[in-house]
Ligand binder design. Structure first.
Ligand code: FAD
Ligand code: SF4
Length: 468
């Protein structure tokens, strides 16, 4: 096999020292010649396992065939039909665990760079004049979507494509969910998110912000007072968890969600041009080792902290952050304190954080999650001097909607329970998907759930019409 087929065409990135001081995107993207060269590596498998590994089932070999032939417009059509958020997913999806993990090339060589190519195609589309597509004839039943994260947006997009008038109600002042308030600009520039959302609006999706369903009005009002025939819940899992250790209420302690929301949604990096200040000290410890933790520690560095560190009670092997984010964090000088468990946040007499008291750990037998159980080493207490502690140890669904909607069943983690064979909740014509159902997961799983729900809503509403 020729050498060019063995390695994946690398992604160009900005210099690590420079990028660690600003919020400009780290990855630069492929040029057309890189994309064509990389797409040529695809073997065009008859039974493509890459497509099976993609939660929205993008027909990857057909897509890469068009890229390799330089037919970018055809590639855009194929991609956008399968995934309404390709510029987002090409940037943040864990392809290494999904399509690329299944790629036949990966058996012997590096997989085809499917994610980088997805990003390239979406960015190519953005560089072209926008094309207006004719809207399908409008159907009589209208659908409401609660939450403008990837699950809600994708569900709304697919329903609009089928001709349903669809309105998305979003609690925050801007749509996007975690894509807006969680994932930082240096991984996902907001003008790219805005572009994908504009395309959904062009398809007819209406987005109404500053509406918290359960507070502004009840879910049942959507049926009883506002005339919707079906409702999709895509409210995510945005409620942060805390450790319950002493010192969590000191000044300088943040949940990762609050910290990132202040930076991303409220743009505190541009203070005083924006209204949201954010106190970031010289040394910042982030507790946890998922994508959110990695985003928090890298954001802290960009906000002016001199030392950013991840504190995690297990090891590099058990961390859940994407490999690319981890590698970028290392390049930017982030420190990693593995096998370290925080037991107290220390403060001064004025209530400001001065340190994090920790215990050294060792790994034992696997626990219920299947990961090695961390065990404390007796007498190993020590203090890491820091001015900020950011907690990134998980989130769960906010109970507001469930508490204000009779008959919505949840499990012991507060996640909505669906019927066995369709994405409908315990309430008729109320569907759900994304993190609100699975707990904190991934963008593409949320997008896939939004698509499945749109298909199910369409089938049920057609049946309702036929019955009339
Ligand atoms: P969300 O994105 O949470 O959106 C839910 C929306 O519903 C929010 O906008 C919320 O304001 C709104 N809402 C909630 N309640 C109401 C209500 N009552 N009324 C109206 N609106 C309401 N995944 C990846 O695949 N790759 C990554 O690199 C990655 N990085 C991440 C980094 C961070 C910092 C975080 C927090 C998560 C990350 N994830 C990543 C996970 C991914 O973002 C989520 O799994 C995904 O966004 C879930 O989509 P969703 O639509 O279910 O929910
Ligand atoms: Fe191409 Fe890999 Fe998919 Fe086969 S598995 S079609 S080589 S991307």
């Amino acid at each position: 096999m020729p050498a060019k087929r063995i390695t994946k065409t690398p992604m160009r990135t900005r210099d690590a020292k420079l990028r660690a001081t600003d919020f400009v995107e780290v990855n630069i993207g492929y040029k057309a010649e890189h994309a064509i060269f990389e797409a040529e590596r695809c073997l065009r498998c008859q039974q493509p396992p890459c497509t099976d590994g993609c939660p929205v089932h993008i027909p990857i070999p057909e897509l890469l065939h068009e890229v390799a032939a330089g037919n970018m417009e055809k590639a855009v059509d194929i991609l956008r039909t399968a995934n309404p958020l390709p510029a987002v997913c090409g940037r943040v999806c864990p392809q290494e665990e999904q399509c690329e993990n299944n790629c036949h090339m990966a058996k012997q060589y590096l997989p085809v760079g499917i994610g980088y190519l997805e990003r390239f195609i979406a960015d190519w589309e953005r560089s072209q004049p926008k094309k207006k597509k004719p809207k399908p004839p409008q159907r009589p039943q209208k659908v409401a979507v609660i939450g403008a994260g990837p699950a809600g947006l994708v569900c709304a997009g697919d329903l609009a494509r089928l001709g349903y008038p669809v309105t998305v109600f979003e609690g925050l002042h801007a749509p996007g969910g975690v894509l807006r308030y969680g994932i930082p600009e240096f991984r996902l520039p907001k003008d790219i998110l805005d572009w994908e959302i504009e395309l959904l609006k062009d398809m007819g999706v209406e987005i109404v912000c500053n509406v918290i369903v359960g507070k502004t009005f009840k879910l049942d009002d959507l049926f009883d007072k506002m005339g919707f025939s079906a409702v999709f819940i895509g409210t995510g899992a945005g409620l942060p968890s805390f450790l319950g250790i002493p010192g969590e209420n000191l000044n300088g302690v943040y949940s990762a969600n609050e910290f990132l929301t202040r930076i991303n949604l409220m743009q505190s990096y541009d203070f005083p041009n924006t209204d949201t200040p954010l106190y970031v000290g010289e040394r910042v410890a982030v507790i946890g080792a998922g994508n959110t933790a990695m985003d928090s520690v890298r954001s802290a560095l960009r906000m002016g902290s001199k030392e950013g560190m991840i504190v995690y009670r297990r090891t590099e092997k058990e961390m859940t952050a994407r490999q690319e984010e981890y590698e970028h964090a290392i390049e930017e000088g982030i420190q990693f304190r593995w096998l370290t468990n925080p037991i107290e946040i220390i403060g001064d007499e004025d209530g400001w954080v001065t340190g994090l008291k920790c215990l050294k750990m060792e790994l034992g037998e696997p626990d219920a999650s299947g990961r090695a159980r961390p065990i404390a080493i007796k007498g190993s207490e020590f203090i890491i001097p820091v001015e900020n502690v950011i907690l990134s140890i998980g989130t769960s669904p906010n109970p507001l909607l469930v508490n204000t909607t009779p008959g919505l069943e949840t499990n012991n983690k507060g996640c909505l329970v669906l019927e066995a064979n369709k994405p409908q909740t315990s309430r008729k014509r109320v569907y759900a998907g994304g993190d609100a159902v699975t707990g904190a997961a991934t963008v593409i799983l949320a997008a896939g759930a939004g698509k499945d729900a749109a298909t199910s809503i369409h089938a049920d509403l057609m049946a309702d019409l036929a019955e009339k």
